[in-house]
Design a protein around this ligand. Structure first.
Ligand code: LLP
Length: 454
């Protein structure tokens, strides 16, 4: 064990990690990264197959983003947004509004996906207070939702393993079914969509007077295992929320900035939400930054004199951080200059082709794709859809095997997540998915053990 690994094990408490297992196993210490490759202290290299937890877009050490941060550093790293404006935050806000779905006109900055969600929930709540509809205080959340780890975002979450223990601390939203066709018992996708939308309409009919907003991960429920909603579901949710006067909050933290093949997932179904949360890819994956975008209608409801007490009393120390915003501008400039979205079509087709071979494996129940987002669900019995015992951690073991072969991926439960940086070439995508396939076969069919850990 090198000295850094020893220090890590002595001092660091890692997120989403059973530390007892962590300290007992060998761990990878990253020294640097370039393009889509990570380098460790032992001289090994790994493809970054999950974009460093779904954040990296144009690769590591992208010269334009490095340069933008260095230039900004020569001016200032950070000044507060409470009482002061700054240049990169103003420029980035305009670019975000231009890139976002129609109608989103104002940008409220924060630092992480979870804070962007907190902001949206509080804005939605306060909006109705100002509108005089004081009884609109409740939210609708989807089963299997994940919106971050703060108390508010956990309240609208629905992943039992992560969220159940905190129940006594949470506010209680209404829940609607997760729109995951694979996990439903229904045979026909159109009927399943109708069933999900009917459940929402029934709830809205009865309770819309007390509901402030509905929060959704558009197209993909990411942390629950890349669960993908059927075509027409999102637009159906938009139609119903409008009809029943409920705000639609789109959490594009995972799906935003090109991951689904469009700039934002909402575009696939021509949906304009009332509030939209973005983070992760906003800086190209360089620095923590987030934003909650709002319509003029919502923003205007907060206007008035100080004495009217309509101010949105919310803000973080690092809000509108200048380095983060400079990185964000550089990242959006690369999207335009390199025509990144247009370039994704062939990469998405390449992934689709590779997944056909993976889908046919005996222990792969489903291999789902939405643009550059992939979830490969491992299963004990494919025909009867019997999952592995979750304590076997098959997903984690397969990912450790992939790491031995030079690919860093991280599962959610028994779903192998593949979400490469958008700049990955087709050749690199093929290599990464070949390694994934090999690791799945070695673990699920040949029973080869992998070094545990992670
Ligand atoms: N909203 C969505 C749709 C997200 O996927 C995430 C984080 C957030 C909000 C919160 O963003 P943050 O506060 O982290 O910046 N626990 C899993 C993966 C979590 C995925 C991160 N998504 C794991 O153990 O890998």
């Amino acid at each position: 064990m090198n000295t850094i690994e020893a220090k890590d094990k002595q001092y660091i408490w890692h997120p989403f990690t059973q530390m007892q297992e962590w300290v007992e196993s060998p761990q990878t210490v990253i020294t640097s990264a370039k393009g889509i490759t990570l380098y460790d202290t032992e001289g090994n290299t790994y493809y970054d197959g999950v974009s460093s937890l779904w954040v990296n877009i144009h690769g590591h050490q992208r010269p334009e983003i490095n340069q933008a941060i260095i230039e900004q550093l020569g001016k200032t790293a950070h000044t507060t947004a409470l009482g002061l404006a700054n240049i990169p935050a103003s420029i980035l806000a305009e670019m975000l509004v231009e890139a976002a779905p129609e109608g989103l006109k104002k940008v409220f900055y924060s630092d992480d996906g979870a804070t962007a969600v907190e902001v949206a929930l509080k804005m939605a709540f306060q909006y109705w207070q100002h509108r005089g509809k004081r009884e609109k205080t409740r939210f609708i959340a989807l089963d299997n939702a994940y919106h971050g780890d703060t108390i508010g975002s956990v309240s609208v979450g629905g992943v039992d393993l992560f969220h159940r223990i905190f129940q006594p601390l949470l506010f209680e939203p209404y829940h609607i079914p997760s729109p995951s066709f694979y996990h439903s018992s229904m045979k026909n996708e159109a009927e399943f969509t109708e069933y999900c939308l009917n459940a929402l309409e029934t709830l809205l009919k009865e309770h819309h007077k007390e509901i402030a907003g509905l929060i959704i991960e558009p197209l993909v429920q990411a942390a629950a295992g890349m669960l993908m909603s059927p075509r027409g579901y999102l637009s159906g949710v938009r139609r119903l929320t409008k009809e029943y006067d409920v705000l639609l909050i789109a959490d594009e933290v995972a799906t935003g900035f090109g991951r689904t093949g469009r700039m934002f997932a909402c575009e696939h179904e021509e949906v304009s939400p009332d509030l939209m949360c973005v983070s992760k890819g906003i800086t190209g994956g360089y620095l923590p930054l987030a934003a909650t975008l709002a319509t003029d209608e919502i923003y205007n409801a907060f206007l008035g004199t100080m004495a009217e007490k309509k101010t949105f009393y919310h803000g973080h120390s690092y809000t509108a951080n200048q380095l983060g915003c400079a990185a964000g501008i550089a990242s959006l400039e690369i999207f335009a200059k390199d025509r990144v979205i247009e370039g994704l079509k062939t990469k998405i087709a390449c992934i689709d082709e590779m997944l056909q071979g993976i889908k046919s494996l005996p222990h792969v129940g489903d291999a789902r794709q939405c643009g550059m987002i992939v979830g490969i669900e491992l299963i004990l019995d494919k025909d009867k859809k019997i999952p592995y015992d979750w304590t076997q951690t098959m997903g984690a073991i397969v990912c450790m095997k992939a790491r031995e072969h030079g690919l860093f991926i991280r599962p959610v439960g028994d779903v192998i997540v593949f979400m490469p940086p958008l700049c990955s070439t087709e050749a690199e995508i093929k290599i990464m998915l070949d390694i994934t396939k090999r690791a799945i076969i070695e673990i699920t069919e040949l029973g080869q053990s992998a070094a545990s850990g992670g």
